[in-house]
Design a protein around this ligand. Structure first.
Ligand code: SAM
Length: 293
């Protein structure tokens, strides 16, 4: 019957007791909304003995509920003032188990993680691993790519981020938010919006609202053999958003006829804008253009 860490009263009490000053440069915005926290746990579909990597536990608002839902949690954190707070404030016992058996913290930048090496003693890597995080917003996209391109065989990544970034990740062709980030993520993972969280749910309050996105491995993978070339082509296609694809392709395909034929071969009008193309059509474009390296 303890008051949860992620309630405004308990968070305030912890802040007072340890003189916590939220560090802006580390993207520290602590969750103080139990509905949002339980919403994240539920979006991540946590069951007993799930193996969860948490990025940035902060003072433990989300960690506590992950543990109570039965997960074993391995956390990456960079703020060295937090381990002591977590040790004192997280429940000492979870069921019959000691906290140490269920929770491990590594003081390390997650962007420098070597998952197998860091977590190998604590997790069974032959079983699925879920990543859950209220992300430090200043490194949202680097973290997503580090996870997606790592050797980690994850079952899902449940990530809270700025609403605007979430909109770009889940965007559909034809929408304003659809662009290179959408394509980079959607060619790697399936993207689903799980919930929206108002900026009032944080202490301190950020300026913008947040969304929780669930990323899962793609069942039907896209056939991209040369990612470097593909990324370059995407970048060029969107080099000037307001111009047509035809215009943006001038550097890559200098000949006007070649360019128009390429665009027509996609089954679209030559005046098409880049944001109106599907991922498969971008893959076709990249295939038709020789790689430079
Ligand atoms: N999970 C807590 C919550 O929901 O209240 C805190 C979330 S806060 C938005 C982000 C957390 O990530 C902070 O605790 C911050 O110190 C940590 N952090 C920042 N940069 C990090 C990095 N490079 N690697 C790991 N953790 C980081």
């Amino acid at each position: 019957n303890r008051i949860p860490i992620g309630s405004a009263v308990r968070t305030q009490a912890i802040v007072n007791r340890y003189f916590v000053k939220a560090k802006k440069n580390l993207g520290q915005n602590f969750l103080i909304d139990q509905n949002a926290i339980l919403g994240i746990v539920s979006a991540a579909d946590i069951h007993a003995d799930d193996q969860v990597i948490e990025i940035g536990p902060g003072i433990g608002s989300l960690t506590e509920q992950l543990l109570l839902a039965g997960a074993k949690v391995f956390a990456y954190e960079v703020d060295s003032s937090l381990p002591e707070i977590l040790k004192n404030e997280l429940p000492a016992k979870i069921g019959d188990a000691d906290l140490d058996d269920r929770f491990k913290l590594l003081l390390k930048d997650v962007l420098k993680a070597d998952f197998q090496k860091d977590i190998g003693d604590f997790f069974d890597f032959s079983k699925p691993i879920k990543v859950v995080a209220n992300l430090p917003y200043y490194i949202t996209t680097p973290i997503i790519f580090a996870l997606a391109d790592s050797d980690l065989k994850f079952a899902s990544l449940t990530l809270m981020m700025q609403k605007e970034v979430a909109e770009r990740l889940e965007a559909k062709p034809g929408s304003k938010a659809y662009g290179p980030l959408t394509i980079a993520v959607q060619t790697r993972m399936n993207v689903e919006l799980a919930l929206q969280v108002n900026h009032e749910s944080f202490m301190p309050r950020p300026k913008v609202d947040s969304s929780v996105i669930v990323l899962t491995p793609l069942v039907d993978k896209y056939d991209i053999d040369d990612y470097k070339h593909f990324n370059h082509v995407i970048k060029m296609c969107f080099s000037q958003r307001r111009k047509t694809l035809n215009n943006n392709l001038k550097t890559l395909v200098p000949d006007k006829n070649d360019r128009e034929n390429l665009i027509k071969s996609l089954g679209v009008d030559v005046r098409v804008r880049p944001e109106d193309l599907t991922i498969s059509q971008f893959i076709d474009i990249a295939r038709a253009i020789p790689a430079k390296h």
